[in-house]
Write a protein that binds this ligand. Structure first.
Ligand code: GLU
Length: 445
């Protein structure tokens, strides 16, 4: 009798537990180690010290302008309602309306979004485009959701943030787990609420809906331009150079394709299924075609040897391109990195605790807020085109992106020589100086 009661109790407990699990996706716990917000703040503090800005200005730049958390009940295909937690953080609007992507990923949490929002402020300032910084995210796993579920989630997120978004206010874009399809839903939902089509409320849209030529490959293109600029400084001939690219999503695959086009041999690539190595060089276009035909995954790719994701970081290549997530280069693996250059396609792939060892080893790091700024640059072009109601050619977009990226690299490089600091700290100095001096002119709002 007693045992039976326990069994009934346990069944009841488990069924409520699973029910609650099903209808509420708990945001990922905030990791106490190598937290991206702390990593960002450590670099920020260092740059601020060197620039000698006032305490008043320190807090103006540090504290996000707005942080919104929303609960999003969404009808799943099963007929059950599942509630997701979403965020939008506006870090700064000093340079203009805030700009930044929306991330759909199980690891999304408020600290991550806060760090990513601040990085957008610095990124826009480094490439000198008139935007502040923001970021959004929803803790969810789009890989396990149907397209209908993702659409309902995106529309719910948009509705919850109607007051925050706006073409002169806050302009979202794609990030990990979202793309043109999601941006189209966002634009439609926002336009519906205003009773007219407003394409400039979001960038990274499909071409037919006012997207820009070159936007899809823009981040990868910027990675390529800044990698070549770095190689020139280190006197590495791209036609004799080798690279390993971690992450084969939009950023990694385009960076790999474009680097290959400029002569660099891609010795390794990786995605969630593992890493793939070929000492003779990977045919990147072939790997992309394989991924397309294989449900978006490199799983089972046979034209390269499977290696572990960790081993990719320690390969003897000239250039290492982390193009997936935060905190992949840490105190734990940094000592075994052999690359001469790291070009950060992802946001925050190197934890601040690894910075000193990288500098001691003499590895050049082209930091995220510079290297991956090509995406937001073409987002800016998309927004400009939407507002003037005109379409630019791909040639014009690429030419302008390349120039902006190269100018930004040169400015950061000169600053690193002037202050005798790494390119990363130099990029923060350029960005913080720009935002702080703009604030001095305009004041409060
Ligand atoms: N999500 C991209 C980034 O992190 C693009 C942002 C944008 O285009 O606004 O830079």
């Amino acid at each position: 009798m007693h045992k039976q009661l326990i069994d009934i109790g346990l069944t009841f407990y488990l069924s409520t537990y699973y029910k609650s699990k099903m209808s509420y996706i708990e945001p990922a716990p905030i990791k106490d180690k190598d937290n991206p917000l702390e990593s960002m703040m450590q670099r920020f503090d260092k740059a601020v010290d060197l620039l000698g800005i006032s305490e008043e200005m320190y807090y103006i730049l540090k504290v996000p302008r707005k942080q919104v958390t929303v609960g999003l009940p969404v009808m799943m295909d099963s007929g059950k309602i599942q509630t997701f937690e979403g965020y939008r953080v506006i870090h700064s609007t000093i340079l203009g309306p805030s700009k930044g992507g929306i991330r759909f990923d199980p690891d999304v949490n408020l600290d991550e979004v806060r760090a990513l929002a601040a990085w957008m402020t610095w990124k826009c300032a480094v490439v000198d485009i008139p935007y502040g910084g923001a970021k959004g995210g929803v803790a969810c796993n789009p890989r396990e959701m149907s397209s209908g579920e993702i659409e309902r989630l995106m529309r719910a997120y948009t509705t919850a943030l109607l007051d925050v978004f706006g073409p002169d206010q806050d302009i979202p874009a794609p990030d990990m787990g979202t793309g043109p399809r999601e941006m189209a839903w966002l634009m439609d939902e926002y336009s519906k609420s205003k009773g007219m089509t407003i394409p400039a409320v979001v960038t990274g849209k499909p071409l037919v809906l006012g997207g820009s030529l070159g936007r899809t490959e823009a981040t990868g293109r910027g990675v390529m331009v800044s990698a070549l600029a770095g190689m020139e400084k280190l006197r590495i001939n791209p036609y004799r150079a080798t690279a390993a690219v971690q992450g084969f999503g939009n950023v990694g695959s385009h960076a790999a394709l474009l680097l290959r086009e400029r002569g660099v041999a891609i010795h390794a690539i990786s995605d969630i299924s593992g890493a793939y190595y070929n000492s003779k060089g990977i045919d990147v276009a072939d790997a992309v075609a394989y991924r397309e035909a294989n449900n978006g995954s490199l799983e089972g790719y046979t034209k390269a040897e499977p290696i572990s994701g960790d081993d990719l970081f320690t390969l003897p290549v000239d250039v290492l391109v982390p193009a997936a997530k935060e905190d992949v280069i840490t105190r734990k693996n940094v000592a075994s990195i052999q690359a001469r250059m790291i070009v950060e396609g992802a946001n925050g792939p190197t934890s601040a605790k690894a910075d000193d060892i990288i500098n001691e080893k003499g590895i050049m790091v082209v930091p995220d807020i510079l290297a991956n700024a090509g995406g937001v640059t073409v987002s800016y072009f998309e927004w400009v085109q939407n507002r003037i109601g005109y379409k630019w050619t791909l040639e014009r977009i690429n030419r302008r992106t390349d120039r902006i990226m190269k100018d930004a690299f040169d400015k950061v490089y000169e600053t690193s020589l002037k202050y005798k600091v790494s390119l990363r700290i130099a990029a923060y100095i350029v960005a913080i100086d720009k935002v702080a001096s703009t604030y001095k002119y305009r004041g409060g709002f």
